[in-house]
Design a protein around this ligand. Structure first.
Ligand code: FAD
Length: 502
């Protein structure tokens, strides 16, 4: 008889049960376990808890009699309840080290290859071999994926003659507009399953078994394959054409700009990366989207997302504890509580409000507003990682660790990125309208109106002067630091405002 196949909560698309794609036995009975202890362990954003439960329950409803849906305290308890003694199981490789270890320790389980990504571990290993000495860099890996998957290729050459069109994709937002002139993004409509989820979350909160941060609004993100496909279609038609130019820009009244909002659907397994990049390429080939936008989008998914997935496994189990800069400050309470009224800097307050209300912001606010604040103020990188994981609808262990420990907090000392991502207020001012009406001036580094990002930037460089003095991409900044005649005042101000001591 066919073995039972266990579906984790981020394995919800058709590929995860398809025997033609290395999936379970044909017609295998399916098992899903909703483990409440996962929610009880940490304070997740309520919109995230809602989305994950809603997506799991929608999938179970679609699969009908074929699936046994068990509500239990833990996975172990769920398995005990669902399986007969000695019953054998298959499962696709889970996406976190903890779940992988749990599954590996079970008797009678066959672990099938991971799904939901374009590249395999073996692929990556053979690419990484011999490269590590000089650092593993995205650009090189991305080109290999483009070639091996024939993505945006004209024969052996990149379509349009260039691999990288980033230089066309760093435009600030148009100054005279508070929104990009594109239709609003696809929005979910809630149904009876969402109502049930909301009732359960309310009850558990009342009983005190779980506690959340953030506001629970109507669900915004897709919970089913059908919804995810509708969101993808809507993005390709309405936002992809303008995705590239303003990819790095931020607007106070338009947090989405031309971003796809597809990360949660990809990470739940509702969309497959191949279909996302395939449809984007088709849009270019049929003339409905320009190459800089399409290449930018393909780079995010076939480049960054794959790279991050592979690095999670490649860097090993100790990576989560890396703290090369020795940052140990705790996160302030207002940050933990998503209290957007607390920070005076308008950029931080605006972005924090967006996280509180939606559980999502695009890449640049994550990196250059939230992450940069943490880096400048010397917050403990493991606590920062935990915060991002809990507060973002698309946050999972595999995607958080490289993005936060590596890219955002430089806690791996540069294994993932060639320099720390942080800047003074001038960058935020150039790339957004968030400085308009702010209590601080991006150009000021001393005095009452000095921008916290500007003072924080110099204080950060000063703190790590020795490390960066001969760094190829940082030495110039250190040189400028050395010429600041008012540095003592800057450091004094940064210290009074709470920037971590050396
Ligand atoms: P788009 O801008 O429309 O990009 C398209 C897709 O590319 C995304 O949906 C995503 O699947 C993929 N992508 C782009 N960059 C990355 C990346 N660096 N890592 C992985 N996938 C990427 N992404 C997550 O999916 N989950 C996270 O928990 C997460 N945490 C982050 C934390 C920090 C500090 C930073 C700097 C980035 C993080 N990212 C994370 C990456 C990126 O910010 C989000 O994927 C993106 O903002 C999601 O919005 P979108 O779907 O509109 O993306």
């Amino acid at each position: 008889a066919a073995r039972t196949h266990w579906l984790f909560g981020d394995q919800l698309g058709p590929r995860f049960i398809d025997p033609r794609h290395g999936g379970p036995d044909r017609g295998a009975p399916l098992l899903m376990i909703e483990a409440r202890s996962v929610l009880g362990r940490r304070r997740f954003h309520r919109a995230k808890a809602h989305l994950v439960l809603s997506a799991m329950r929608h999938r179970a409803a679609e699969l009908g009699d074929r699936v046994r849906y068990v509500r239990a305290d833990t996975y172990r308890e769920g398995l005990r309840e669902a399986l007969r003694k000695g019953e054998r199981l298959t499962v696709h490789a889970p996406t976190s080290r903890a779940a992988a270890a749990f599954v590996a320790a079970l008797d009678g389980v066959e672990v099938l290859p991971a799904r939901g990504f374009l590249t395999s571990r073996e692929d990556f290993r053979s690419w990484a071999q011999g490269r590590e000495e000089h650092g593993l860099r995205l650009e090189d890996f991305y080109r290999r994926v483009r070639r091996s998957h024939t993505l945006l290729m004209d024969g052996a050459d990149p379509a349009g003659g260039h691999w990288n069109l980033d230089h066309e994709n760093r435009e600030p937002p148009p100054r005279d507009r508070s929104r990009l002139p594109v239709p609003p993004p696809w929005r979910a409509k809630e149904d009876a399953i969402d109502e049930e989820v909301r009732r359960d979350l309310d009850r558990w909160e009342r009983e005190g078994s779980v506690s959340f941060v953030g506001r629970d609004g109507p669900r915004r993100f897709p919970a089913t394959r059908r919804q995810a496909l509708a969101a993808l279609r809507h993005f390709i038609e309405h936002r992809l054409p303008t995705f590239g130019a303003h990819e790095d820009a931020m607007l106070a009244d338009d947090g989405v700009l031309s971003h796809s909002l597809l990360s949660s659907s990809l990470n739940l397994g509702l969309l497959d990366p191949a279909e996302c990049v395939g449809r984007a390429e088709l849009a270019w080939r049929s003339g409905s989207a320009p190459l800089n936008s399409v290449e930018g989008f393909v780079r995010q998914i076939a480049g960054w997302r794959e790279f991050v997935w592979q690095l999670y496994w490649h860097f090993g189990p100790d990576y989560r504890h890396r703290n090369e800069l020795g940052h140990r400050a705790p996160l302030p309470d207002w940050f933990l509580e998503l209290d957007a009224d607390a920070p005076d800097a308008r950029c931080l307050s605006t972005v924090l409000a967006q996280v509180r209300d939606t559980g999502w912001t695009h890449h640049i606010p994550r990196l250059m507003v939230l992450g940069s604040r943490a880096l400048q103020d010397g917050w403990d990188p493991a606590a920062v990682t935990d915060w991002f994981h809990r507060c973002f609808v698309d946050g999972y262990d595999w995607v958080m660790l490289p993005n936060v420990v590596g890219m955002s907090q430089y806690a791996d000392g540069g294994a993932m990125t060639s320099k720390p991502y942080t800047s003074g207020g001038a960058y935020i001012h150039r790339m957004s309208d968030l400085c308009d009406g702010c209590a601080y001036r991006p150009s000021d580094r001393t005095g009452d109106r000095a921008c916290p990002y500007t003072t924080g930037y110099w204080a950060f460089l000063h703190r790590h002067r020795d490390r960066f003095a001969h760094h190829p991409r940082m030495a110039r900044a250190i040189h400028t630091l050395d010429r600041l005649t008012d540095l003592p005042e800057v450091l004094d101000l940064a210290a009074r405002r709470g920037t971590a001591a050396p």
